[in-house]
Design a protein around this ligand. Sequence first.
Ligand SMILES: CC(C)(COP(=O)([O-])OP(=O)([O-])OC[C@H]1O[C@@H](n2cnc3c(N)ncnc32)[C@H](O)[C@@H]1OP(=O)([O-])[O-])[C@@H](O)C(=O)NCCC(=O)NCCSC(=O)C[C@@](C)(O)CC(=O)[O-]
Ligand SMILES: NC(=O)C1=CN([C@@H]2O[C@H](COP(=O)(O)OP(=O)(O)OC[C@H]3O[C@@H](n4cnc5c(N)ncnc54)[C@H](O)[C@@H]3O)[C@@H](O)[C@H]2O)C=CC1
Length: 440
Amino acid sequence: MSDDKVQTLKVKRSSRLSGFYRQTPESRRTRLVESRWLAPEEAEACAGLGGFDEACADAMVENVIGLHGLPLGVALNFVVNAQDRLLPMAVEEPSIIAAASYAARLCAEGGGFSVSWDEPITTAQVQLLEVPSLTAAETVLRTRAPELLAEANACMGAMCARGGGARELEVRVLDATTLVVHVHVDTRDAMGANLVNGLAERMAPRLAALTGGRVGLKILTNLADRRKVYVRTTVPASALASEGFPDGTAVRDAILEAQLFAEMDPYRAVTHNKGVMNGVDAVLVACGNDWRAVEAGAHAYAARSGVYRPLTSWKQGPAGELVGLLEMPLATSTVGGAARSHPGVQRALKLARVTSAVDLAGVAAAAGLATNLAALKALSTEGIQKGHMALHARRVAAEAGAQGELVEIVAERLARERVYRPERAREILAEEAGRKGTVR
Ligand SMILES: CC(C)(COP(=O)([O-])OP(=O)([O-])OC[C@H]1O[C@@H](n2cnc3c(N)ncnc32)[C@H](O)[C@@H]1OP(=O)([O-])[O-])[C@@H](O)C(=O)NCCC(=O)NCCSC(=O)C[C@@](C)(O)CC(=O)[O-]
Ligand SMILES: NC(=O)C1=CN([C@@H]2O[C@H](COP(=O)(O)OP(=O)(O)OC[C@H]3O[C@@H](n4cnc5c(N)ncnc54)[C@H](O)[C@@H]3O)[C@@H](O)[C@H]2O)C=CC1
């Protein structure tokens, strides 16, 4: 066994880092080193732009004129499949990381998150138009499927050697003369977009020759419904009690009502799902994944019945507990894409102890179930404004010109007054700066 593995077994890292949010970024990094989540040099490398520079950026996209930063935080308290995890989150919106950490703490009281997943299948679509006989085309494709899959695998030896490869060929009829051929490929730790797009282009002429059709588009589908992730969590009703809401069962019932609202009304379901994507996207962005692909797939999946529905479901369990489930397509990667070219991505994956693409999908989905729970709990009790705006107040204070400890002082006063206007922030700042004799 490697030294690293022995170390991992000896040191059980906790994701509960009490008081973390009251620390400075620098002392938080030190804390991650002390608690053995990061090596000292990794923690140091997180500072600033984390080693991301113009040369990296210029190699990544086109027409680069500079860099664009986002805050990188960590969500605490996650226990996923009985293992403590810290989740890196890159996001511009205040209160999401706090919400994820808060809900993960509630879920930890019921044992955390149980996560499972499908094989990492990415699907290529080859469109065939003007097919003379759909019946004959379907028959020939089904008969030749083993041979076509073998040919597909012959052009991706390295992927097959990793345990991936083409798994199934599916034929779908779109109209009287149009077929689409799906090639389902296990792409292991890659999202697999470039791989299956290349495969679709290679296979298309042969598919056209076999069916007599004309080749149309050749591209993956982002409705990755063969690549789903499943998360379950349980929160004891007693854990839901909070200041001003001492009856946890009443909070649970209010969350169940909120769930019903989302099930009955697509206008509400969209916002409900935005609360899920708050957590999912923040983890995906930190880990350099294609969140647009995941977003597109998630919403198509939410509407698969013909009506847009919530991605999560909250129910009452047999012992009165709150049981939450999330099922969604989640095509992730730990190789390829930005993983190669962005130094922060490798660090984020390491901090989260991500072992594979499906593992990343599992923790991102756990984050999504958590942010959904936090939002529903806030909405069902004190309302979203109190917690969210209290954190938003820090941004208002900073925008008004507050620096250092004055950010917290001004933000606290804004939150107490429940007024978040920039002019009020400037007034408070002038008072506080005057009181401290501080030049801002
Ligand atoms: C914001 C909280 C967590 C406060 O909630 P609270 O009850 O005031 O928190 P607390 O002081 O009791 O602390 C509980 C834990 O929360 C975390 N926490 C607490 N404060 C911080 C902080 N400053 N920074 C980092 N973490 C924080 C931290 O983990 C802490 O545990 P501790 O470490 O003390 O043991 C709560 O009000 C909440 O979850 N609100 C929901 C916020 C939210 O969903 N924001 C997203 C923006 S709104 C939106 O986009 C989605 C929405 C709402 O439209 C979706 C929908 O409609 O369904
Ligand atoms: N509609 C969409 O979603 C589209 C997305 N894209 C973009 O394509 C990129 C993702 O495509 P990929 O093919 O995943 O990336 P990629 O082209 O960087 O390929 C990843 C490669 O890594 C190699 N690899 C090394 N170790 C591996 C392992 N353990 N498991 C699997 N592969 C391993 C394989 O050769 C694999 O093909 C993203 O940047 C995405 O934004 C591109 C076109 C369309």
